[in-house]
Write a new protein. Structure first.
Length: 265
């Protein structure tokens, strides 16, 4: 049965369905992703939108109870623990999208220097927001190669699997000797028959169609070691309710994970 369903989801017929019909189909089958035969992600993948009214988020600067949506529920606690022994924490938020993370972290971590990085048009927009509102402790990084100083944390909040050249990005991070790397809500698999990343089509948020890498776990850990990073903790991420891979091939392991790496010299 799943062979027929997967073929339908992979087709352009699914992409052109009316939204209400696609939602009904999702409620029936509850399919989130399908495997594809693509070798790399399509150009202009992951057509996200940034909130053009960031002032709505800025209103939360003084709200003691404000907590933004995050794919990493323990990010603040982790940074706070590290910050208790450091005069300053430098964190690069890769694929940050809105500035809600900055607002939240900057409220509780007064010694935090926040670096924002996303798509070029987002970077430009957030630069204007920073200037207009005279925000402190935040800087837009347009090019990762421009980072000269050592970064304490690099946070990949459910972002790295949507990027074609993610290994090149990690290698750039390695050059600036970032101390810790956090990958949250990232899909991994293990298989005795395949050690390559698999391109998935995301079908649960129609009419938006995304493609993402299902990353081969062992190869990724090996790659990180080659770039001077050792895995120090791993947790299954259950952020999305009922997320499943029931229509996939039988792999020895398949799940969304949070991985925490420490630099080793």
């Amino acid at each position: 049965m799943y062979k027929i369903i997967n073929n339908f989801y992979r087709s352009k017929y699914f992409d052109k369905l009316p939204g209400f019909l696609a939602r009904k189909i999702f409620k029936i089958f509850k399919i989130f992703f399908v495997e594809t035969n693509l070798k790399s992600l399509p150009i202009n993948n992951h057509p996200t939108k940034i909130n053009i009214d960031q002032s709505l988020m800025l209103k939360n600067i003084d709200d003691k109870f404000y907590k933004p949506f995050s794919t990493c529920l323990y990010l603040l606690e982790l940074l706070a623990l590290y910050g208790s022994i450091k005069k300053e924490i430098k964190i690069l938020d890769f694929g940050a999208n809105n500035i809600d993370n900055y607002i939240y972290l900057n409220r509780y971590l007064k010694n935090c220097k926040y670096f924002y990085h996303d798509l070029p048009e987002y970077n430009k927009f957030i630069e204007e927001v920073i200037k207009k509102n005279q925000l402190q402790n935040i800087q837009v990084i347009k090019n990762l190669s421009s980072l000269e100083s050592e970064i304490d944390f690099v946070f990949f909040g459910s972002s790295i699997h949507y990027v074609n050249n993610y290994k090149e990005i990690i290698q750039k991070i390695n050059k600036i000797k970032s101390k810790f790397l956090i990958f949250s809500h990232t899909p991994f698999y293990k298989s005795d028959k395949n050690d390559k990343d698999i391109v998935m089509k995301q079908v649960n948020i129609h009419p938006i169609i995304n493609y993402a890498y299902l990353i081969e776990y062992n190869n990724f850990i090996k790659f990180m070691k080659e770039n001077n990073y050792q895995l120090i903790s791993q947790n299954k991420n259950n952020l999305i309710k009922n997320l499943n891979f029931k229509n996939f091939k039988s792999f020895s392991f398949l799940s969304f994970l949070d991985l925490f790496f420490k630099r080793i010299d």
